[in-house]
Ligand binder design. Structure first.
Ligand code: ZN
Length: 241
């Protein structure tokens, strides 16, 4: 089974070590995982670059470890406008074999403040034939409809719309653009059912957002879960649909 939406790294005050995350996935029958290293928003370009290089070095160890425990991983480059100011995408992808690019409009307002760079990222994805991954939600800042211009201009670029929390814009976009897919991470049952009923079940991928699920559970509940306990629940959730 492929989990199309996972993370490693620091989330608020918790550091999710890749050994533990990948072992948990592997122990629960995952053979392939798409992952993005959690990246905060920096205001200082030097900090952003330092973080980028540190992550890139750690990702080499992540890949070695994944090979050792025999789980296939697709690592997304989490795009940061401050890094891209001084390091080109060509350089980033020649230094490390990323599988695609993740965009988080909650961290960077891509369509408003970085629209030229966003077009460049879509161009790059088109030329290199790599997929994009976009965090989406129901608020104004992460509504997937804000990206429609780019979906229309780059119809050959595959884009995974993470979360699919509101079925309405997702169904509208799926109807118009064939290269869009979605994932089930934090996707409400009603939204998932509506997307399936509209005939798009085949375009919805299993994604857990693990270990963010673990973070929120343990933050909100007095009964703490281990990573393994949480991931078992993440996997059973999708089977309920
Ligand atoms: Zn996520």
């Amino acid at each position: 089974m492929h989990d199309y939406h996972t993370h490693i790294g620091q989330f608020n005050e918790v550091y999710y070590d890749y050994h533990e995350v990948l072992r948990t996935l592997k122990n629960n029958g995952i053979t392939e995982a798409t992952l993005a290293y959690l990246t905060p928003r920096f205001d200082n370009g030097n900090y952003a670059k330092d973080f980028y290089f540190a992550v890139r070095n750690e990702l080499k160890d992540v890949r070695n470890f994944a090979n050792r425990i025999n789980i296939k991983i697709n690592i997304l480059y989490w795009a940061d406008p401050l890094v891209l100011k001084s390091i080109s995408l060509d350089k980033i992808f020649s230094d490390f074999n990323y599988s695609g690019i993740a965009l988080h409009p909650g961290v960077h307002s891509w369509t408003k403040d970085f629209s030229d760079l966003l077009s460049l990222i879509f161009c790059f994805a088109k030329d290199k034939n790599i997929p994009l991954f976009i965090h989406t939600g129901v608020s104004e800042y992460d509504n997937p409809l804000q990206f429609e211009k780019w979906f229309a201009n780059f119809p050959t670029v595959s884009v995974q719309l993470a979360h699919c929390k509101d079925s309405k814009p997702i169904i509208e976009l799926f109807s118009k653009y064939k290269n869009l897919t979605g994932d089930t991470a934090f996707c409400p049952a009603d939204s998932y059912k509506a997307i399936c009923a509209a005939g798009f079940k085949h375009r919805m991928y299993f994604g857990s957002d693990f270990p963010i699920t673990h973070y929120y559970h343990n933050k909100q509940s007095s009964i703490k879960r281990t990573l393994d306990e949480q991931y078992k629940i993440d996997c059973s959730f999708i089977l309920e649909f």
